[in-house]
Design a protein around this ligand. Structure first.
Ligand SMILES: Nc1ncnc2c1ncn2[C@@H]1O[C@H](COP(=O)(O)OP(=O)(O)OP(=O)(O)O)[C@@H](O)[C@H]1O
Length: 358
């Protein structure tokens, strides 16, 4: 049993409140990501779980036990930071063994566990080398091996991939997830990178300015954002006022400007009632088509392409529909549309979400 619970946690630094009253439950064995922009309090929460910072108010429980007064070295945690901080003068094996030296583990047992940990991170042959003889990605794997060799109750990862270059980052996130699945350790991962969070997490905690905005599976926070902040932070969205004309157990009908009535499923319109509401249309769900196309099962309106921004396999268009500018991110299959071109902008109602209006 090594769930992590934050109960009514507040953290103040002088007059500044970095974490407002927060209650969170991280289930045993889950991979939970704290996601949000710089300064939203992710690291502060992680450091409180680690025992590197004391909460101003509230309780921290690990495996059901109150931890507020338990020092970091008695919490049995594996921690990996962005700058993996390996000891440069120790060999890789000595680095990995470090946490075991203080745990009354026999030499044979240490050797066996270091070997297992290095195998788990797929670097079985580097034990005798020094960290500087390894690449950044390899060093990060060693930092991970060092964190898991102690069989931690909880693994805490603070932006562990952000020092790596883009390709390596993607490889490492698959690798990290594989290792976590394999050992099944409760993991709290901090990142400001939404694609990392979506790809890796069982649950995402979206934070903004010291508050939790939403907790949900990647699908939930992506498809049914609870706030405008979440809709914008997890990818680009078009959000506009669209009064709700009818709400029922099946869903809500929103009267969208330019497009007209849009029926949004109830699961994607939590708390929306008749009256002010907002329609959320993700940029990648707004599809541009040649003028004159007849899209079936889609709602469409004529638009003009204003800006074309190539992004490799995709292209981001800024389009104008009367008074409004919207963005669409589409795959490039044939010829991309050109600036000034008249097009049809279309979407499926089932791809939309709705938010309660102000
Ligand atoms: N020791 C401290 N003293 C004063 N303010 C602090 C301290 N530590 C953090 N803060 C402030 O608390 C807020 C939250 O910081 P935190 O490091 O938790 O943010 P974060 O979401 O992890 O951001 P980043 O991704 O930039 O690390 C920030 O405004 C930060 O400046």
């Amino acid at each position: 049993m090594s769930s992590v619970i934050l109960k009514d946690i507040v953290k103040r630094f002088g007059d500044f409140t970095a974490v407002h009253k927060t209650t969170l439950e991280i289930p045993d064995g889950a991979f939970v990501t704290l996601l949000g922009p710089s300064g939203c309090g992710k690291t502060t929460n992680l450091r409180m779980i680690a025992g590197l910072l004391d909460p101003t108010e509230g309780e921290i429980l690990i495996g059901g036990k109150r931890m507020n007064d338990t020092p970091i070295h008695k919490r049995n945690l594996g921690i990996v930071f962005q700058n993996y901080a390996l000891f440069p003068h120790k060999t890789v094996a000595e680095n990995v063994a470090f946490g075991l030296k203080y745990r009354k583990v026999s030499r044979d047992e240490i050797a066996r566990r270091v070997k297992d940990a290095l195998e788990l991170v797929q670097l079985p042959h580097v034990g005798d080398r020094h960290p500087k003889a390894l690449s950044g990605g390899q060093q990060q794997r060693i930092a991970l091996a060092r964190a898991i060799v102690i069989n931690p109750d909880v693994l805490l990862l603070d932006e562990p991939l952000s020092a790596l270059d883009a390709n390596l980052r993607e490889d490492m996130r698959v690798e990290l997830k594989r290792i976590q699945d394999r050992i099944g350790v409760t993991t709290v991962f901090v990142t400001h990178d939404q694609s990392e969070a979506l790809a890796m997490s069982d649950k995402i905690v979206v934070m903004s300015a010291g508050h939790v905005e939403q907790v949900g599976t990647p699908e939930e926070v992506y498809n049914a954002p609870a706030s405008e902040f979440v809709a914008n932070f997890l990818g680009a969205s078009n959000i506009f006022d669209a009064p709700c004309t009818q709400a029922s157990a099946q869903g809500a009908t929103l009267d969208a400007p330019v497009f007209g009535p849009v029926e949004v499923a109830a699961a994607r319109a939590p708390g929306v009632v008749s009256g002010p509401a907002k329609l959320v249309l993700r940029a990648e769900k707004l599809q541009l088509m040649p003028q004159g196309a007849v899209p079936t099962g889609m709602i469409s309106a004529p638009a003009t392409v204003e800006t074309v921004d190539y992004q490799g396999q995709t292209v981001r268009y800024f389009i104008r529909l009367g008074e409004r500018q919207m963005q669409a991110i589409n795959m490039i299959d044939e010829r991309p549309f050109a600036e000034g071109e008249a097009v049809l902008a279309a979407f499926r109602p089932r791809d939309c979400a709705a938010l309660r209006g102000a």
